[in-house]
Design a protein around this ligand. Structure first.
Ligand SMILES: [Fe+2]
Length: 288
């Protein structure tokens, strides 16, 4: 079976928030990005539709991104998924021995959220995993994926989000930049190292639209459309959300440059972006 178009599904969360994309190629293979939590798996399977998964890209080891896949692999070896290759690059768990970080309690929580569970299932998928490096590219049917950023050791104030893979998906007609949950510090490295590669037609807004990379990154991307993996209450939150109100604490923890969604939305207005795909309105089908 051949498809006339490359289609991308930006999947709406079943609970709270998550990130999950399914891209269906013209050869009718699937590329999956993250996928969400265990509760999101029925939705994800629906959009994968039993297709061969040529590539499953895991942006970073947080539950709202990889919890579902890890749970499926732990329960039944992932028998509902026909996976060819899994791409990721997670921080090493041994970082937990480093106490010289802005907020050790938070740092340890982050490392403990998914890495131990992932290391449990890793041996059963080792033959189909690839630890991706910055600068690598892969080609799946008509799609090329260029990896522009991988884990940079030393970013400890937002350790797991700043380990997010950043990659550009290029089809014959469109380019989409995926930022995962990258924060401001990771965004600084991305900007310095790969600024000339950022321009894209669409961008997946980093970290669900808040506490994300800086305006200069988006200005370099200069997107025509934004993909927001965020529910209603996050998309429409007040300009100073309660979780950022304690600025002294933010300063202590090295997180002063993290803003709420309202600020990111203002930046997109300044850039003149007119089209916004937001999963608060349900799963989005996007032609690439
Ligand atoms: Fe996330």
């Amino acid at each position: 079976m051949k498809n006339e178009k490359t289609l991308m599904y930006q999947i709406a969360p079943t609970v709270r928030y998550m990130m999950g994309f399914v891209i269906v190629t013209r050869e009718n293979n699937a590329i999956v990005i993250d996928g969400g939590r265990p509760a999101d798996m029925p939705q994800l399977k629906k959009y994968i539709g039993g297709r061969h998964i040529s590539a499953w890209i895991l942006t970073h080891a947080h539950e709202d991104h990889i919890g579902g896949l890890v749970d499926e692999l732990a329960r039944d070896g992932g028998k509902d998924f026909d996976i060819e290759k899994i791409y990721y690059n997670f921080p090493p768990y041994s970082l937990i021995e480093n106490h010289n970080v802005p907020n050790y309690e938070y740092f340890a929580e982050e490392l403990n959220e998914m890495l131990p569970a992932f290391s449990e299932i890793e041996p059963q998928i080792r033959h189909k995993t690839h630890i991706v490096q910055q600068g690598e590219s892969i080609v799946i049917d008509e799609c090329r994926i260029d990896f522009l950023y991988t884990f940079h050791d030393g970013l400890y104030s937002n350790v797991m989000n700043d380990s997010s893979l950043v990659f550009k998906l290029v089809t014959p007609n469109k380019s989409v930049l995926f930022l995962g949950d990258l924060g401001a510090d990771g965004g600084d490295f991305l900007f310095r190292e790969s600024r000339h590669l950022l321009k894209s037609d669409m961008v997946q807004m980093a970290h669900h639209g808040h506490m994300n990379v800086g305006m200069e990154v988006y200005a370099e991307i200069m997107p025509e459309a934004c993909l927001w993996c965020c529910p209603e209450r996050l998309y429409n939150e007040p300009e100073m959300p309660s979780y950022l109100a304690d600025t002294e604490k933010q300063f202590r923890n090295g997180r002063m440059r993290l803003y709420g969604t309202a600020i990111t939305r203002k930046w997109m207005d300044i850039l003149g972006v007119k089209k916004h795909y937001v999963v608060k309105d349900g799963t989005q089908e996007i032609e690439l």
